[in-house]
Design a protein around this ligand. Structure first.
Ligand code: ADP
Length: 677
């Protein structure tokens, strides 16, 4: 029998593992890794190309939406309803002779040239002279008041009504009745904010100022605060047109009345200042004193040969000047707040561009302030595209949503290397598990082998010792009676037969392990073999008190078998039955035959086999827990040999056992079947 050094075997297994699994794994892994990197680079290039196309598509979308926007804002329906887009800062028409007509605007005040154009011709045909006379020349205030109030109720002329209302409030003030004056001013502010007094003074603002003055005089702090906010809102969103001087006047007057303001008013004043500088810039653009007229128009790109787009980035003003000339030479010009415009159109443009929501899109100004964003997954790497030259200098940031790990894995083509990589890792893990398993099995087998050697040595030694002792006694004539001598001889015979079987077992096991075992198949009468074996066993066991019961059918068919091997099978099964009988002394051996097979069973009533051990009793070197605990000797190869011999005869073994009740082993042999090995 071969026994290898466990340490060197372990090293060998580890070496094989490294050569067969780790090395190829590392090489393949490296290749797959390179593949993944290449794949990634390809995908990134492809993604960049797609994003560049998206970028172009986005801007052609912006251009066509600008043309659409311009047409919409100058369409009859919008002009009539006056509902212009919030991003539209100024819309004006320039006649062939160069004169400008302002259509709509979001300016705080107007430049003189446009203002004069807009100002209405004031109709001075009022009949309020009597009131003025009573009020100013004769100082008959109550009568004057009565006259004005009467006018307010009766006149059909709105200008007249307004003047009469203002005069009534003025008289209440003179008569020291501020509450009444305030009520009238509140009415004026509410109903006539958009009107101009005498064709030039904005009524809403003048009424607002008067109310604030009264509030201050009466010490109405809370009311004054609310009114000041209203006043500032009106300055910020004027409801009628006036020029810069008037704006300044109202602005300064407010500051004089309101010595102290609160945070809300402060922020409104702040906004007012910003708006003011924006207004100044817009007026410069509008009047053509800045930017637009410098250089020739050719330097700016036209969209579809239709609209001339001129970007303007100054201070906080990011606007677009759009110009469209019609066939008669009249030009329509507009200035749009570009960020506000972008906010309103980008959502739709992005949706058209990317219906599958796989694109992250951001628009930023040069300071990194986000103007618009549509993000599905934050943290992805963006590619920044500057806006085209004829649009303000903003940036479009685009990134694709990367597919998830699993999606990338199964995406045709691109995930293949990743897939291979994972396979390799799995392969290495499997290899590792297998190696550990092989190592453990090897170690266990080695342990069993050394136990086997010590068990076998023990089993060889005890019969030898008793033979030797008995031989010595006989040799020195220390055995008295003939009867005892004969007992000694038969004991020696039994022990040497046991030894011989044991050695047969070991030799056979070794041959079987190396596939060297040869069988000499002959026609064998199993009944005769069993009878002879049982007789000799009975003879050798006179004192043990074992009762071996044997039964067989009348007619027993012959089988093809190797005689010595069959004897060994019988010996091992009966020897086990005797060894594991415990306190029982009964053993039954039965021979049966049926159509196909001849079978014999060896049944004992001993310790039985635990369910756990039943699975392994045919494994080489295996010995049950219970026999070891009870100190029953054995080598663990008996049943292995039995099984191999029976299988070499094309037969099979069955076993039935219950712990504490006994075991039955049956050998099933085929009848009339030639089996040569
Ligand atoms: P050994 O008998 O030398 O231990 P075997 O290969 O003959 O080796 O048997 C393996 C194990 O099977 C035994 O150690 C024992 O646990 C169990 N076994 C075999 N035959 C019997 C039996 N008749 N009764 C109980 N246990 C048995």
């Amino acid at each position: 029998m071969k026994s290898a050094n466990p340490g060197s075997r372990r090293k060998k297994i580890i070496l094989y593992y490294i050569l067969a699994v780790v090395l190829p794994g590392i090489i393949l892994g490296y290749m797959a890794y390179r593949g993944i990197r290449n794949d990634q680079a390809l995908r990134e290039a492809e993604s960049r190309r797609r994003l560049e196309m998206d970028n172009q598509d986005f801007f052609s979308g912006v251009y066509s939406s600008l043309i659409k926007f311009m047409n919409e804002q100058t369409s009859d329906s919008v002009l009539l309803s006056g509902k212009y887009d919030p991003s539209l800062l100024v819309l004006f028409v320039q006649e062939v002779n160069g004169s400008k007509k302002l259509v709509t605007h979001q300016l705080l005040y107007l430049p003189a040239e446009l203002f004069t154009f807009k100002s209405k011709q004031f109709n001075l045909q009022f009949n309020l002279d009597k009131g003025f006379r009573l009020e100013f020349s004769e100082n008959r205030l109550s009568e004057a008041l009565k006259f004005y109030q009467d006018k307010v109720l009766k006149t059909d002329n709105p200008e007249e009504k307004i003047i009469a209302l203002v005069a009534s409030a003025r008289i209440y003030n003179k008569m020291n009745q501020p509450e009444s004056a305030k009520t009238i001013y509140e009415e004026i502010r509410k109903d006539y904010s958009g009107n101009l007094l005498n064709g030039e003074i904005p009524l809403g603002l003048i009424a607002g100022l008067e109310i604030l003055k009264i509030n201050r005089a009466l010490g109405e702090k809370e009311e004054m605060r609310n009114n000041s906010l209203q006043y500032l809102q009106l300055l910020l969103h004027p409801s009628c047109d006036y020029d810069e001087n008037q704006f300044d006047l109202f602005y300064q007057s407010f500051k004089e009345i309101m010595q102290e303001t609160d945070p809300v008013a402060d922020s409104l004043l702040q906004m007012l200042n910003t708006q003011r500088s924006r207004t100044d810039y817009l007026i410069r653009i509008l009047t053509g004193t800045d930017l637009i007229t410098t250089g020739s128009n050719n330097q700016y790109k036209r969209i579809n040969n239709e609209i001339l787009c001129i970007p303007v980035n100054v201070a906080e003003l990011v606007v677009m000047y759009l110009l469209q000339d019609n066939s008669t030479g009249i030009q329509t010009c507009m200035v749009i707040d570009f960020p506000v415009y972008l906010k309103s159109v980008s959502e739709k443009l992005a949706d058209n561009l990317d219906p599958n929501s796989s694109l992250n899109l951001k628009i930023e100004d040069n300071n990194g302030k986000i103007i618009y964003s549509r993000i599905f997954k934050e943290g992805t790497s963006y590619i920044s595209f500057p806006f085209p030259e004829n649009l303000p200098g903003l940036k479009l940031l685009l990134s694709e949503n990367k597919p998830g790990f699993v999606a990338a894995l199964f995406k045709a083509g691109s995930g293949i290397y990743l897939f291979i990589f994972i396979l390799i890792i799995l392969f290495m893990i499997l290899g590792y598990v297998f190696t550990i398993y092989a190592l453990n099995t090897e170690l266990r087998l080695n342990k069993m082998k050394s136990e086997f050697i010590s068990n076998v040595s023990h089993e060889l030694k005890s019969p030898l010792t008793s033979i030797r002792m008995m031989t010595e006694m006989l040799h020195h004539n220390r055995v008295g009676t003939e009867e005892r001598k004969s007992a000694y001889y038969s004991a020696m015979l039994e022990e040497s037969e046991h030894l011989s079987h044991l050695i047969d077992n070991i030799l056979d096991f070794s041959r079987m392990e190396d596939d060297r075992k040869k069988y000499d198949f002959i026609d064998l009468d199993l009944n005769e073999l069993l009878v002879k074996f049982i007789e000799s066993t009975r003879e050798n066991l006179p004192e043990s008190g074992f009762n071996i019961h044997y039964s067989s059918p009348d007619k027993v068919p012959m089988i093809q078998a190797d005689r010595d091997s069959m004897l060994q099978v019988i010996y091992n099964l009966v020897d086990n039955a005797i060894k594991f009988s415990g306190t029982s002394t009964q053993i039954d051996i039965n021979l049966f035959s049926n159509n196909n097979e001849l079978l014999f069973c060896v049944k004992d009533y001993g310790i039985g086999i635990s369910v756990k051990d039943q699975e392994r009793i045919f494994d080489r070197f295996f010995r049950g827990d219970e026999p070891q605990r009870l100190g029953i000797k054995g080598s663990g190869i008996g049943l292995t040999i039995v099984k191999k011999i029976v299988e070499a005869h094309k037969g099979y073994l069955t076993m039935d056992s219950r712990p504490g009740e006994g075991s039955t082993f049956c050998v099933h042999m085929p009848i009339n079947k030639n089996t040569k090995s």
